[in-house]
Every structure is written in C-alpha cells, then in structure tokens.
Design a protein around this ligand. Structure first.
Ligand SMILES: [Cu+2]
Length: 343
C-alpha cells in the first residue's frame, strides 16, 4: 500500500478544512474524524450494495487482486454490542490528515479550548480522547447538555459533540480510535516544545469509562414540558448482514414513501433494532429527545435488541429523511421519509 504523498494530503485536508469551524483566536477547534478512501472503494461499495459481503470475499493479496477491505467477520465492539462495521479502511483521518502528518493545534498551558468532534465517517464509530486530559461535554448534535466530564467519548456516524478542555503543559495526542477496527486517527495538541507523541501509543483514557449519549441529560434551557405524544411511529430496523437488505419496517427505501405527521404534533419514534448490527439513526430537520430527560439530538445509536423511543415536535413542515447513517446501510435501503405540510 503506497503512502499518499504529503502534497496529496495537503489538498485533501484543505478541502476538509474549508467546511469546518476553526478559529485560532477563540481557540475553537473544529475536529473531524472520518474513515478514509479505501483505494478499492468502488469494489467494496458495489459489494455492500449488492449484499455479497459473506459469500464473495474479495481476493486477498498474492491472488492477483486488490486486498480485501472487508472487516473480519469476527470483529466485535463491546460498546456497540455488535460488529462495528463492514469496511476495514486503511486510513482514518482527522481534518483530512493521516497519522503520519497529523494536524497540530497550538495553545498555551491553561487555555480553555473547545473541541468540536464531528464523525464524518461512513462506516466507523470513533472512541475519542485527549491524552492526559479530562473533557467536559457541553453539547451534542448542537444542543446543550448538563455538563459531564469524561476521559473518552463514543461518537457514531453523524453525531457531534462539543467538549471543553483546559490545556496542560506539553504535547498531547488527540486520538480517535476506530471502534472495533484496531486502527485510529491522530491529531496533536501542543502547548510546549517537545517531540510529537508516538503514533502507536495507546491512551489509557480510551480503555477507561467511555461516555455515551444515553448517560447525558438535556440542559435545563432545552428541557421540554412533558406531554403525551400525539402520534407514535414504529420504526423497526430490519435486515441482515448476509443479504445486506437493511430496511425500515422491512421495506427498503423508495422515494415515494411517507410516514404521515401533522404540524404541531409531538411525535414519538419507537426504534426497535431487530438486527444483529448497531445503527446510528438520523432524522433531518428536527432534534428529538432521548427518554428520561436525555439530551436533545438528531442522531442516536441503536444497538442490537435495543428499543429506544424518542420524541420530537413537528414544527418544521417539509419532507425529511429518516435513515441509518451507516452509508452502506442507508444505500441498501435503511431510509424513509417523514412528511407534513404547513397547517
Ligand atoms: Cu445501519
């Protein structure tokens, strides 16, 4: 596998950077983890769409074809209680950069720094930590939460987290471990001179308690008055890995599908994961509330056999996608549309 030249990486990271909020003066750090460009991407995606993951593993190295980029069947994530994904990407990127050319953020010891994590990957959850620092979680998916401290944080595809850290004196790795995939992405926080952190160094924070959204609570400023839902939509997540026939309520996506909603209603979405795979489910146009005073979010991780009921207020008429944010799952059919008109 040839290493991409630094010049290519520069171009790539410039493209990533343009889309992100990064202001050195305010020490706001946009920070984006993404799984990166398997060079046989089309090969893999075709298989994902056709649902041929298990029957036809790609030829391995030495057999005249490209190496298989499919993740080993035995890969597991205890946090996600399932296979972590399907693709073994050769690179994981932070702000478009590989571990060999990591983005370096400069600050002074004692600076309070906001880090905005965005999981822009297609098939990878990330477990993120800043070496030797605790993070204070302040927002998820753009909505405030009661501040909570954590050494590490699990981020599914499409989820966003804002955290605040107080920088210590030194050079610190900012690591996004590709959950269950034995690879990671790296950036560097630097407040002193010294060598860059060793790329192979395993942060102890990553192996301690890992914060997940279900442990957070909505900040009081966005807590809703409790109200019975006017309508409940059952969203059974269906499909299996062998057939790669991911769907909602057993029906693969078609553009004409509508789950009806009326403006002004409080709508409950009851997600029931009947599959052996985890799914980061994402709703456009709204934020929903996780149960029991949980945070206001637009993406929630649903593990196998898990049932999660989330409520949202139908206050934004239009046609809105509801889909799994594993791009291979949504492409194979795990998407649908909620639609309503202005009253
Ligand atoms: Cu999915």
């Amino acid at each position: 596998m040839p290493d991409p030249s630094p010049v290519d990486m520069e171009e790539l990271s410039e493209a990533f950077r343009r889309g992100m909020d990064y202001s050195r003066a305010g020490l706001d750090m946009g920070f984006m983890g993404a799984d990166g460009f398997p060079y046989d991407d089309r090969f893999t995606e075709e298989r994902a769409s056709r649902g041929a993951f298990r029957q036809q593993r790609g030829p391995g190295p030495g057999h005249g074809g490209p190496p298989s980029r499919l993740l080993d069947d035995k890969a597991r994530s205890t946090l996600l209680r399932s296979m972590p994904g399907n693709i073994d990407y050769p690179y994981h990127l932070i702000n478009g950069r590989t571990n060999r050319h990591p983005e370096t953020f400069h600050a002074r010891p004692g600076d309070r720094i906001r880090i905005r994590f965005i999981n822009a990957g297609g098939d990878t959850a990330y477990r993120v930590a800043l070496g030797d620092h605790d993070m204070t979680i302040t927002h998820t998916d753009g909505n405030p939460v009661e501040h909570a401290r954590a050494g590490a944080l699990l981020i599914g595809m499409a989820e966003r987290y804002d955290v605040v850290v107080t920088a210590k004196d030194g050079v610190f790795p900012l690591v996004a471990l590709a959950e269950g995939k034995s690879r990671h992405a790296l950036a560097v926080l630097r407040t002193a001179n010294g060598r860059d952190p060793d790329d192979r160094y395993r942060l102890r924070e990553l192996d301690g308690h890992v914060m997940t959204a279900d442990k957070l609570r909505a900040h009081e400023s966005v807590r809703a008055r409790s109200r019975r839902p006017d309508r409940t939509l059952n969203m059974r997540l269906t499909g299996n890995m062998l057939r790669f026939n991911w769907a909602i309520n057993g029906r693969p996506y078609t553009p004409s599908q509508r789950y009806p909603v009326e403006q002004g209603e409080r709508v409950r979405l009851e997600f029931r994961n009947l599959t052996k795979m985890w799914h980061p489910v994402h709703l456009h146009g709204h934020s929903f509330r996780l149960p029991d005073g949980g945070p206001l979010k637009d993406t929630t991780i649903v593990r196998p056999d898990e049932n999660i009921a989330v409520d949202f207020d139908a206050d934004n008429p239009g046609l809105w996608m509801l889909h799994c944010h594993n791009i291979y799952h949504s492409e194979s059919g795990m998407m649908t549309v909620l639609g309503y008109r202005r009253n």
